[in-house]
Design a protein around this ligand. Structure first.
Ligand code: ADP
Ligand code: MG
Length: 355
């Protein structure tokens, strides 16, 4: 065990498919990666649970991952974790600079107008994104919200294994943080971030000048796997393996599962994702007037799906950057990750400035 309780920071991204944990140490202004792990919850023939992960699956698995990393939950002092999914929302506003107390009370009132989350009780917080370059006496403020229920459920998962909840972020911001610390944002135009998980894709748009925007798209890795299962009559495990090694057009015999004939008009999962992205970008252009998109930044477990980058760059005529969050960390251990992109949110969490 490495002097836990000292200055080690832990970032936990409790996903729907995999649990991602990053452990770093702050050395001056830099972060040094000490350990990390990405651990899939559905192995051994169980099919991915789109409603999950249930507490009975997630909590013991998280405990197992921490034990494998040599971490004792009770001794963790600097923890950051995140909540994702439909139950979070974010909206950028421009506000005059205020003291922290003024900011808290006025913005939280403001937030209730801007971010209605299905009528249930919401919790709101904010993060200053920086100066407003258009109106110099103002700052860019990002309001974030989640439901009290989602927030408490998340804390409950952590407390169950005696982890003391620390900073709790929303997943889109965790991903953004992983990127902006060392990568340049464009002065003109905006970047499109796609964080492609198992169940959903988080699309965010961000640049130095223009409004931050994020939306959850209902397409993710499981839909690609389901498509392979349907078209080739495969079991879940096999479809996952083929997806990772061959992509969506594998060289195996097509064998449509019974009752699931592929209608000619049916769009592929990739096309559905493309259409969702298109719709969100049109909305962004309409809302902000900004239509200069510089490139895509891909993260999340499904970012490296074979053929995805080509599809996106052809459809939108934009360059693609697969973003490896480890690149901005120092490390004494070799990082031989098969899929480093999956670790983006965990790394974004662990390098937050204010932990
Ligand atoms: N090499 C790969 N190629 C394609 N898909 C992958 C690859 N590695 C992982 N995935 C997919 O990524 C998804 C998990 O992504 P992740 O970001 O961890 O999701 P979540 O955050 O919801 O747990 C799964 O659908 C998995 O099949
Ligand atoms: Mg995720």
């Amino acid at each position: 065990m490495f002097g836990l309780g000292s200055n080690l920071r832990i970032g936990i991204d409790l996903g729907t498919h995999s649990i991602k944990v990053a452990v770093v140490e702050k050395v001056g202004p830099r972060f040094r990666l000490i350990k990390w792990k990405c651990s899939e919850m559905y192995t051994g023939g169980e099919k991915y649970d789109p409603e999950g992960p249930k507490k009975s699956v997630a909590v013991p698995h998280l405990m197992k991952v921490l034990t494998e990393l040599g971490l004792q939950p009770r001794k963790v002092k600097h923890l950051a974790s995140c909540i994702g999914g439909q139950l979070v929302a974010a909206k950028e506003i421009s506000s005059i600079m205020q003291t922290e107390i003024e900011m808290a009370s006025s913005l939280l009132l403001e937030a209730r107008k801007h971010i209605p989350l299905d009528g249930s009780e919401t919790i709101v917080d904010y993060q200053i994104l920086g100066d407003d370059v258009k109106e110099t006496d103002k700052v860019r403020v990002l309001l974030v919200a989640t439901t009290r229920k989602a927030f408490e459920t998340h804390q409950d998962y952590l407390r169950e294994i005696e982890l003391k909840p620390g900073i709790i972020d929303i997943e889109p911001l965790a991903v953004l943080n992983a990127y902006v610390v060392h990568s340049q944002l464009p002065d003109d135009g905006v970047i499109i971030f796609l964080h492609i998980g198992a169940k959903r894709t988080i699309l965010s748009v961000f640049g130095r000048r223009d409004m931050f925007f994020t939306r959850d798209l209902p397409v993710g890795g499981m839909h690609f796997t389901d498509e392979l299962m349907r078209n080739f009559g495969l079991e879940y495990d096999e479809a996952e393996r083929i997806k990772k090694t061959q992509g969506m057009n594998p060289s195996i015999e097509r064998k449509t599962a019974e009752g699931a004939g592929l209608g000619l008009a049916e769009r592929t999962t990739l096309e559905k994702l493309g259409d969702e992205i298109n719709r969100s970008l049109r909305y962004y252009v309409k809302e902000t007037g900004q239509s200069v998109f510089t490139h895509f930044v891909l993260t999340g477990g499904s970012a490296m799906l074979i053929g995805l980058d080509t599809y996106l760059s052809n459809k939108f005529n934009l360059p693609i950057e697969l973003y490896n969050p480890f690149n901005q960390l120092d490390s004494r251990i070799p990082i031989d990750a098969d899929n480093p992109y999956q670790m983006a949110a965990a790394v974004g969490l662990v390098i937050r400035g204010d932990m």
